[in-house]
Structure formats: C-alpha cells, structure tokens
Design a protein around this ligand. Structure first.
Ligand code: KG4
Length: 334
C-alpha cells in the first residue's frame, strides 16, 4: 500500500471536545487535517458535557474521515496503518473513533495503533520540520493536563511533575468564567491582557522549591477571586494580565529548572495553552542560548489528529499493532 514509496497513515482523535481526522506521510508531513470543534455546544455550560460530546463525535466522525482522505487526495486503499487516541480522555468520546479505527483496520487488513493523547501532543513540533531527538523535557499544558515529562523515546515517557489540583487551562477557563469573559477562557484572557495599562503583579508569586516540579493552580484562581471582590474598580485587562503572568511564569520556571537539573537542553511545549503568545515570549526570554524550546504552531497546539497520525508512524515502523481488543482508558496509566 502507501503511495510512491511513502508510508501513509490515518490518525483519528475524539478524546475530549474535538473530533479530528488527518493523513500524514512518513510521520513528518501533514497531508490533511480536519477538525470539528464542539466549543459552541459546550459554551453555555462553560465546560465539556460528556454525553453531548460523545453524540457530537458520532455525528462528525465519518464526515471527517472522508474530508481528511479527500484533502490528502488519498483513498482507503492507500493507507498503511490507522492510529487513534485511546487514552486518556472521556471514555464515551474515545470509544467513537476507536471503534471507527477498528472497522478501518479490520476492513483493510492494516495495523491498528492506539496512542496516548499526551504523547501525541508532544509529537506536534516534529510535523513542522523539527528533528525528533531524544531525550527532551516535555511540558504538556491543556484544559485537562499540566505535566512535565522526561521523554527518552517513543512510548518512553516518565512524569517528573504534575499539577496537584487544577490544570493550567482549567484555571484560565475558571478565571474567565468568574470574570464573565466566556469559554474557552485562555484566548479571552490573553486578548484582554494585551490591553492592560498597569502591568504589575496584583497576586502573590508562587515560587518553586528546588527539585520540586509540582504545579498548583487553585491558589492563583482563588487569589484572583479575592482580589476582584476586594478591589471592584480594577480594570479587567490589568487583572487578566496579572493572572496570565502568574499562571505562565510557574510553567516557565518549573520547566527550565527541570531541564537544567537533568542536563536536558531540548524542551517541547504542547497542548492548548502552548498557543499563548505570552508563554512563547517568556520561554524565548528565559531560555539560555544552548537551550532549545520547541512549540508547535497555534493550530497544532489544540487537539488535532495530525499529531496522532504522526506518532502512529513511529509505532508502525517499530512493528506495533494493537489488534481489535484495543481498549479505551480514562487515565494515561491504568
Ligand atoms: O489541548 P486543548 O485544546 O484541549 C484539551 O484540554 O484537551 O486545550 C484547551 C485549553 C483550554 O483550557 C483553553 O482555555 C486553553 O487550552 N487555551 C489557552 C489558549 N488557547 C487555548 N490558554 C491560554 N492562552 C491561550 N491562548
């Protein structure tokens, strides 16, 4: 199969509130990437409603697979493997594309490869020309996850720190909800912060202790709420700026500290919050010259299936095939 000596893979993703399908060539080039976001369906609840999410995935999945193949000018017969996110995520949502992937794998007789959504996010920069060299420090920042990893190879990721309470994206979403800025909160807070006139700290700093790579976000959110209640006249952009600064500096400090302590100079930052322009600026300002910080372009930071197709290629060439017994898991590790 494949085309012109190139290995083609279909990637599928439905772990949360985006349904996505994509075709990648040799795990490096995105031939197509189709994403259907459910944000409008969940907006009135200010968060993802699992039952609504599963139903919307079911409605979108076949259409997206067709769109991805068409955009890639490929047919089912050109595919060498199908990879799909099978963990972590909302179980009812994951099931939709896992079942589709099983049907495609069975009908075409091609390997079915289940991948971790988190590992897939950290693959995104390698679809944009960066060389995939190990080891690297991975910082994953999204609405459901905030974690630091030491990544030594495909499937070889060790957690070195994670949030003890809220994820950073969740904190942005909750802060935005409190400030009445709508959902998702991250982009709304970033836009507002750009208009801040007084760029000074309104909330206390959270300083990492040496060797401690944990994150915590519920304190920053509470500090924001208390500040706004006590100082009702403060302009919203100044509050947004201060919140964003505090939330992001913790990520940058922890990540660079982990990288320096372990002597690993390559860093990959991925997930929805990695789209934040101020986070990119902070890493640019704080990294040393011999440290490399790879951030995917904004479209590859949020959920997509190109990263799933790309990572799937690495497993495909290593001979992995999961078979039709592939299960879904709410958590990364059982
Ligand atoms: O990775 P993602 O698309 O979905 C999952 O969480 O699975 O991440 C979404 C999260 C939301 O919490 C959203 O508020 C946050 O990423 N986000 C941002 C920005 N864009 C999205 N946070 C801060 N700044 C942004 N520009």
């Amino acid at each position: 199969m494949g085309r012109d000596g190139v290995i083609l893979g279909l990637g599928l993703e439905s772990s949360c509130d985006e349904t996505a399908a994509a075709v990648a060539a040799d795990g490096r080039t995105i031939l197509s990437s189709a994403v259907s976001s459910q944000i409008d369906l969940h907006r009135e609840y200010c968060g993802v409603v699992p039952e609504i999410a599963s139903r919307a995935h079911l409605e979108a999945v076949n259409y997206l697979i067709d769109a991805a193949l068409k955009q890639a000018e490929a047919g089912f017969g050109d595919l060498d493997y199908v990879s799909v996110t099978n963990r972590p995520g909302l179980v009812g949502s994951l099931l939709i594309t896992v079942q589709s992937a099983k049907a495609i794998s069975y009908a075409l007789g091609i390997p079915l490869i289940g991948v971790s959504h988190l590992e897939a996010h950290l693959y995104a920069p390698f679809l944009e020309g960066a060389e995939r060299e190990f080891p690297f420090i991975g910082l994953l920042v999204s609405g459901g996850n905030t974690a630091l990893y030491e990544v030594r190879g495909t499937g070889d990721m060790k957690v070195i720190g994670r949030t003890t309470d809220d994820a950073v994206g969740e904190a942005f979403d909750k802060a935005a909800k409190f400030l009445d800025l709508g959902y998702p909160g991250g982009p709304a807070i970033e836009r507002l912060a750009e208009r801040a006139e007084k760029r000074e700290a309104l909330f206390p700093k959270i300083l990492p202790g040496p060797g401690d790579f944990r994150f915590s976000y519920s304190g920053i959110k509470t500090a924001l709420i208390n500040y706004v209640r006590k100082n009702p006249g403060t302009p919203l952009p100044d509050i947004a700026w201060s919140f964003q600064e505090r939330a992001l500096e913790l990520l940058v400090r922890r990540t660079l500290a982990a990288s320096r302590e372990r002597g690993i100079k390559r860093i990959v930052v991925a997930g929805g919050v990695a789209a934040n322009g101020r986070l990119r600026e902070m890493f640019g300002q704080s990294r040393r010259e011999d440290e490399t910080v790879l951030l995917p372009s904004a479209g590859l930071c949020t959920d997509n299936a190109a990263m799933v197709a790309g990572l799937g290629y690495r497993y495909y060439v290593s001979g992995k095939s999961d078979g039709l017994g592939l299960d879904v898991m709410a958590k990364e590790f059982a």
